[in-house]
Design a protein around this ligand. Structure first.
Ligand code: GLA
Length: 368
């Protein structure tokens, strides 16, 4: 190698660390009703992320381990058909119009009561049976990523107003950023989040019980037997819900505890200490065998930490491995569940003329 080549090499490496993520698009088949679906690849020197227009879902995230070896760290499927057939896991999707639960599917705005079809123990979960996770979004390439748009008509799943939702996924450095934007034509309730299941050892590599989790939250919202918040903000102190200090997910998951019994593990909303201060930490996770870390920051006040309790071995993922209980965990940044019926929780009301903005950032690192 000549000096000139070496210098050029350095320049290229330097430039590539600042370079924009490459974005490509490909067809990904058609839904059962014939709607064409695409898949986007966002990639830079750190991450390769696949996102499909079906449910605006994250299909794959390849991130390096401490030796630089990349592996896919989210659960999911190989094909559109499998995503369409799965009505219960919400793998990688954007859930909405109202992510998480609304008690009895009912809420009242300006004296009028609206009903969302029930799909979870007498409640509405993730926007009802045909929520945003099952819709085909419209993808558009943007710098470093893709913008997904969905126009949800007035009355869609019982919600008032035409809601235009935009979700921007961008890959920047070691982060996957998600920006949410929404506007409406009538007052409605909105709670948008991403429902990726992570396994930092790699998709299909056993359970997440050894992953070490930290969540800066002094309080969480306990639930009734149907997983609707009681309205109380309960201190985590002295309970298995205390993740203020990094603790293995599995360390207390089988403790005798009424709340853990209800969800079959963790499936609760934590009230984040940093809420109200722009981007703040929702969670940090570390997996020792790979050295991978995940840091989640968000502008949202809460996070649903779900330990994959309802995975039961009936679904087979991208790498041919059946997903057993605890095969992945979700960190769904959000407004609190059932906020439309809980006057003490921050409001999820969106009115015409207002624009909803929120941001969540997933950063993948390593610990030596
Ligand atoms: C959310 C809910 C869980 C479960 C999963 C999907 O995390 O809180 O109860 O429904 O979605 O299985």
């Amino acid at each position: 190698m000549t000096f000139k080549q070496a210098v050029l090499g350095v320049a290229v490496v330097f430039m590539s660390s600042l370079a924009q993520a490459g974005v490509t698009k490909a067809d990904w088949g058609k839904t059962a009703d014939g709607t064409p679906v695409q898949i986007y690849t966002l990639s830079n020197e750190n991450l390769t992320v696949l996102i499909t227009t079906f449910g605006a879902r994250v299909v794959s995230i390849e991130a390096p381990d401490r030796a630089g070896k990349k592996a896919d760290v989210v659960l999911g499927y190989d094909s559109l058909k499998e995503y369409e057939a799965d009505k219960s896991t919400y793998f990688g999707s954007i859930v909405g119009r109202y992510g998480n639960r609304i008690a009895k599917g009912a809420f009242t705005i300006d004296g009028k009561t609206y009903h969302v079809p029930l799909n979870n123990n007498g409640n509405a979960l993730h926007g009802g049976p045909a929520g945003f996770s099952s819709k085909v979004w419209v993808g558009k390439e943007i710098p470093d990523g893709v913008e997904m748009t969905l126009v949800s008509p007035d009355g869609d799943m019982g919600f008032p107003g035409t809601l235009t939702a935009r979700v921007r996924y961008t890959v920047e450095g070691k982060s996957l950023k998600i920006n949410y934007i929404a506007t409406t034509t009538k007052a409605t309730v909105v709670n948008l989040t991403n429902h990726s299941y992570f396994n930092l050892a790699g998709d299909g590599k056993g359970t997440i019980l050894d992953h070490v989790l930290m969540m800066p939250a002094d309080f969480y919202t306990p639930v009734d037997a149907t997983q609707i918040p009681t309205g109380e903000l309960a201190p985590v102190k002295g309970t298995p819900f205390d993740f203020l200090k990094p603790t293995a997910i599995g360390a207390r998951i089988n403790d005798t505890n009424e709340q853990l019994k209800i969800g079959g593990g963790y499936d609760h909303n934590w009230a984040l200490n940093g809420a109200g201060d722009g981007l703040h930490v929702a969670a940090k996770v570390y997996e020792a065998s790979s050295g991978r870390t995940l840091t989640v920051t968000t502008t949202q006040p809460g996070v649903q930490f779900y330990s994959g309790n309802f995975l039961d071995g009936s679904k087979t993922g991208k790498f041919g491995v059946t997903y057993q209980k605890y095969a992945g965990f979700c960190l769904e940044t959000q407004h609190f569940p059932d906020a439309p019926n809980q006057p003490k929780f921050a409001s999820t009301l969106l009115k015409p003329g207002e624009t909803l903005h929120s941001e969540t950032v997933f950063t993948f690192g390593v610990q030596k």
